[in-house]
Design a protein around this ligand. Structure first.
Ligand code: 13P
Ligand code: SF4
Length: 366
């Protein structure tokens, strides 16, 4: 499925009031059938969350969202579960129900420390697999098992075996956005928060770096190590262009542009800073730019702006259909019915675990 280039994002809530009212009445009806009502208990129990979200969620929608938030938080405790959420999850998930939020590296690290019996991963399939590999004794659930990733889908374990035959003895560095089968054929994983550090840690002249062609190009621009790359691309980041940045700079003279390294090279060149989603959070917090354009998934700006009210977030952005297939409704289903569990055979767990452990040991680059 292709991502949407959504340049009318700012106007998304400005729909016709009558339609919104009808939809809300219908949804309230559905909630009542499901016995999820916006009563005094729910209102009081979600007040703190509402205060945080009130500028990003229209008032009229809160009575529909709050019962889910309340029920999920209640069930989470009752079932000894923890919710991990990636930075690309919507504010209602990110601030409403998640216990731990962060970039791909933070989620992989947190998965090694979990005390609860069940992990609900609000992210995509490879993130849930990584959590299962790092905590095989826990039950890991993904609220929508179809939440994939164009990068992870671009390569298989068999492809890696072929590459290793073509380049005998050359170490394989795999982006964490890969399947467990690919990780099982990998020497060390990386994320966009430590890719250069991981490549340089190997002390070799050449590495196979897969599957993201653009991240590979970015890493190659930051190191002397020669990079043999694959042809995978993120369907969200590949859609940004240098022209988008040029046009925005004309409209916003004091604009800081921060690009994710999954973006095409011309986009990265036209930006002021490049970094993982956590690097973006840190940059905005520290530098407090007047106007900022985060060249990445839409929820990133929605989530950061709540805690950075002095910065204006310029929001042409692209949505990731996989990340957005995680909803409060399927999180609740997952908790209630223990649906959508991630299962990986023990051999694959054993074979893939080392590559993630080595990445975690190297940690984050500045
Ligand atoms: P990070 O959060 O590691 O920067 O990853 C971005 C991404 O596209 C995850 O799917
Ligand atoms: Fe994959 Fe790109 Fe979506 Fe991240 S944003 S899950 S890399 S498709």
């Amino acid at each position: 499925m292709a991502a949407n280039t959504d340049f009318s994002y700012i106007d998304k809530y400005k729909c016709d009031n009558n339609i919104v009212t009808i939809v809300c009445i219908l949804l309230l009806f559905v909630l009542m059938i499901n016995q999820l009502t916006f009563n005094e208990e729910v209102k009081a129990g979600t007040l703190g969350i509402y205060k945080k979200l009130k500028n990003s969620i229209p008032d009229i929608e809160w009575p529909l969202i709050a019962p889910y938030v309340y029920e999920i938080n209640k069930l989470k405790k009752e079932t000894n579960s923890i919710i991990l959420a990636h930075n690309y999850q919507t504010p209602q998930i990110f601030y409403g129900v998640a216990d731990i939020v962060g970039d791909s590296l933070a989620l992989a690290i947190e998965a090694t420390k979990v005390k609860q019996d069940n992990i609900i991963m609000c992210g995509v399939h490879f993130m849930a697999e990584t959590a299962k590999i790092m905590s095989p004794q826990k039950r890991v659930f993904l609220p929508n098992l179809k939440a994939g990733c164009s990068l992870a889908d671009s390569i298989t374990g068999k492809d890696v075996i072929q590459l290793k035959k073509k380049y005998p003895g050359m170490p394989v560095v795999s982006y964490v956005n890969t399947s467990a089968d690919v990780k099982a054929e990998t020497d060390i994983c990386c994320t966009s928060a430590n890719a250069v550090k991981v490549v340089e840690s190997l002390n070799v002249k050449r590495v196979i770096f897969l599957p993201d062609e653009y991240l590979a190009k970015y890493v190659a621009s930051q190191t002397k190590v020669e990079i043999i790359s694959w042809h995978g691309k993120c369907e969200v980041h590949e859609q940004f262009s240098e022209k988008d940045i040029r046009e925005l700079r004309n409209n916003y003279p004091e604009l800081t542009v921060i690009a994710h390294p999954e973006c095409p090279p011309d986009v990265i060149k036209a930006s002021d800073f490049t970094g993982s989603t956590s690097h973006m959070v840190q940059y905005v917090k520290k530098n407090k730019p007047k106007n900022v354009f985060l060249v990445t998934e839409c929820s990133m700006s929605d989530n950061i702006e709540i805690e950075n009210p002095t910065t204006n977030f310029v929001k042409p952005c692209n949505t990731c259909p996989h990340m957005k297939s995680i909803t409060l409704k399927n999180i609740l289903d997952c908790l209630k019915h223990k649906k959508n569990e991630i299962l990986i055979d023990s051999t694959t767990i054993q074979r893939s675990r080392g590559s993630i452990e080595k990445m975690i040991a190297i940690g984050r680059q500045n």
